[in-house]
Design a protein around this ligand. Structure first.
Ligand SMILES: C[S@@+](CC[C@H](N)C(=O)[O-])C[C@H]1O[C@@H](n2cnc3c(N)ncnc32)[C@H](O)[C@@H]1O
Length: 228
């Protein structure tokens, strides 16, 4: 029988649980999702991928990131190993194809971009190589992988993760750990940008943050790697 993951237990309350955990910052899940989408959108033009890229949201959960990705392309799919989460994501995004079976997903055409948002820290270290092989096989040659992760160097991030019930299995990754996950000779050109330095909404803070991307203390980071 398929092993239940923590996200099978309460998909409909996922956003509430995250919001409760970050409430001390005065912010909510939407704020952090939009930070990541802004970074994704900012990096997109430099990748040499045309308009309307074919995007896979790998580990889409209940569709929190997916709902913004589908505004950037009309060729977006989602995948999650949690059947309950994938079902809810499909209900919320009926125009998007959502998979919970890797076998079915593999029948799809290769993707230009795979987005992996706050997933890898839930994948046990010994399973991460297999995870990167799965992504590599779904990506076209020259395609890109965007990984967004919690930054273990940020003390507020560490505090929130250590107090979050959904993160009880989490093992955070830094840039070096991600380099080793994507160390196959089929990958090249990794780069990192840090985001989420200021827990304040006004847009002026986003302008400052754009110049701070190289400082390794943002709450989250974006790791970008290309398949040869
Ligand atoms: C913190 S949630 C993030 C959900 C979504 N990416 C978002 O932006 O809200 C992590 C998700 O990763 C999924 N996940 C964990 N291990 C996975 C794996 N090996 N393959 C696919 N999804 C996985 C979980 O089921 C869960 O839905």
């Amino acid at each position: 029988m398929k092993k239940k993951n923590v996200f099978d237990e309460s998909p409909s309350t996922y956003e509430d649980i995250v919001n409760e955990n970050i409430s001390m910052s005065g912010l909510d899940i939407t704020f952090f999702t939009k930070l990541k989408i802004d970074e994704f959108r900012r990096r997109l033009p430099s990748l040499g991928i045309g308009d309307n890229p074919r995007i896979l949201d790998f580990g889409c959960g209940v569709g929190e990131t997916l709902k913004y990705l589908k505004d950037l392309s009309n060729d977006v799919c989602g995948f999650d190993i949690s059947l309950e989460s994938a079902d809810l994501a499909a209900k919320r995004n009926p125009e998007v194809s959502i998979f919970s079976s890797l076998k079915e997903l593999k029948k799809e055409k290769e993707f230009d971009i795979i987005v992996i948002v706050n997933v890898l820290h839930h994948v046990p270290p010994e399973e991460r190589e297999e995870f990167s092989t799965q992504c590599r096989n779904l990506l076209r040659s020259g395609g890109w992988i965007f990984v967004f992760e919690h930054n273990p160097l940020n003390p507020a991030t560490r505090y929130i993760v250590s107090n979050c019930e959904e993160d009880k299995d989490a093992s955070l990754l830094n840039r070096r750990a991600l380099d080793s996950v994507f160390s196959s000779r089929d990958f090249q050109c990794s780069s990192v940008s840090y985001i989420g330095f200021f827990p304040f909404r006004p847009k002026l803070f986003r302008v400052f943050e754009r110049f701070m991307f190289w400082i390794p203390f943002g709450a989250q980071f974006c790791y970008l790697v290309q398949k040869k």
